[in-house]
Design a protein around this ligand. Sequence first.
Ligand code: NAD
Length: 705
Amino acid sequence: MTETLPNPVSVTRFGTVALVEIENPPVNALALPVRAALLQAIEALDGDVGVAAIVIHGRGRHFIAGADVREFDAPPRPPLLNDVLLRLEACGKPVIAALHGTTLGGGAELALASHYRCATQDLSFGFPEVRLGLLPGSGGTVRLPRLVGIEKALEMMTGGTPVGFAAAVSLGLVDQEVAGDLRDGAIVYARELVRAGAPVRRVCDRGLAAPGASAFFGDYRATLSPAAVRVPATLRIVEAVEFAAAQPFRAALARARALFEECRVSSESKALRHLFFAERVASVPGARDIGRIGVVGAGTMGSGIAISAASAGFDVTLVDTKPEAVAAGIARIHKAFAEAARKGRMTAAAAAAATTRVSGESDLTALATADLVIEAVFENLAVKREVFARLGAACRAGAVLATNTSTLDVEVIADASGRRGDVVGMHFFSPANIMRLLEIVRGRDTAPEVVATALAVGRRLGKIGVVVGNCFGFVGNRMLYAYGRERELMLLEGALPEQIDRALEAFGMAMGPNAVGDLAGLDIGYQVRREWRDRPDDPRFYRISDLLVEQGRLGQKSGRGFYRYETAVRRGQPDPEVATLIRAESARLGIARREIGDPEIVERCMLALINEGARILDERIAARSADIDVVWCNGYGFPRQRGGPMFYADTLGLPHVLERVGHYGATLGARYWQPAGLLERLARTGGSFGSWRDEAAAGRGQASA
Ligand code: NAD
């Protein structure tokens, strides 16, 4: 049976101008049916004597956001975009790309293959392929340098950041601005070109001047950051451009295509694509309407949350018991908006509007009309319960009450409010106005629409919301304690902070864990461990961190922590005093220090994460392993090109992971090295975390269907 699909490409005539429109919602991705229909349209119009010029336009709010990323999981199916674009470029009459909104990847390549480009002010033009571990494989690496020069092309493609309208005009990517309706303006522009006898202008006919210095590409490679180079696509992009600078157009296209294929099948690209899909938030039906947000606690987190909410257009009331804390919080918020305006991250008008949306109060009764209250007071259960008891009485019926606790029991906090169904955890990460991760903690009695509301608000704040269950530390911090435990044990067994950080940074972590501890403040974890009822009864557990805090070494804020901080140098220096302290503590605990290799450091930290992640899945604290990956890549600096700890475990192979956990159980003792039940089951049955589904939840779903 043949399926009839709606044609994603339509052609309308306006005299001698043919308007080709792509309509493949939501973002006009260049999926196979679009490529096929576009090729057909171009061939027909090229042969049509009644057509003098062709305008290509994307319906909706964007031109074309790129390829259909799902197609990259399989070998490419013809017609390839490369071939469609060659045909388009060869067209004998002017082809004008009418650009607006998102014009990325394959969409930008289509624009480059067109003969003329006009655009509206809302244009965002770029090549984000590198973020998926890919390179622009349909001519971007060959045509872009011909238009904007080698250096700029490399910067755009290895950086992946799109440029706006003004930059696109000054780079020569846009020939003509359209002020009003884009379709109408593009047709007028096409008519003008025809009337003026404008030639067919092909980028492929342009030469590409070799760079001035023979060492140019080598020098360019040397400027790339280690993090950028860990994604192989970055160097493949440089290689493709270097090839294009030395070889004819067609040969360079073929080379770029081959390099694209290498990238497509690489483990790094698979990992980045895994995260791309894991981070798409599903739609959230049933959310309550939120306009006014209350934030309780005007400290570090409360101020950051208020900035984030006001920037997204919410009215915000910030409450703190201490009037001086309210004033300091408001001042911090004003400063942040002024700085955003100064650096061009916000327009002056938007910053002024956001500033006026925030007001400060010193009494919780000011929150009587709030639709959502986010609590960010001290991490102390008694204090939080008191705040929730008062919020339960002060807030209107139906208001959502959220806590930003990092480790405390959301259900115990909810109990104090007298309205458990309205209470949810909204765990922001610091700095709350910058970090994208939001753990949404569902308590036993949290109403489904309250979870939906937290997700919807998170989305409006530009966050990636992940719904998790209630347990100590939820997903992220619970795993962090397993990771940190091994780090601390290895300090006692023979490693030094700088060696551990170096090894994990070489693996790809954004920052070594000791440096992270110093940045966050070692006293924060210290307080958490004092409040933690079930902390392991082990004299080695976080022993070094505790000692440092007790000696007043709190991290960067006190100039000393795991490292020593000199003025104005953010990177700490190894401190011989810390090494002495660690060695003395090993001796006091009777631990014989030994040489620990970097592979052991990485392996123990990763296995600890994976095993705890498996327990989290088994306990249904996370619904799917991809959620754990999203948490760790967005909140804890896990290398994206490894896809997250659970994806990484799957690439290692679960039988191998189980065997290594068993190895450490045999050599270091079973206390921390009991394999998680789910890990054992999946390793035995040839399963993977990625394909594991919560059978119980699936069963419930079927029963209610
Ligand atoms: P902070 O000490 O900077 O701020 C806490 C504020 O709460 C202070 O201004 C204090 O005056 C105010 N406060 C205390 N009791 C209050 C009450 N009864 N009513 C109103 N205000 C009160 O603390 P922070 O670092 O912003 O942390 C706040 C919460 O956020 C904690 O639960 C913490 O675990 C969580 N958190 C912190 C981070 C982080 O990195 N700092 C990250 C995620 C979550």
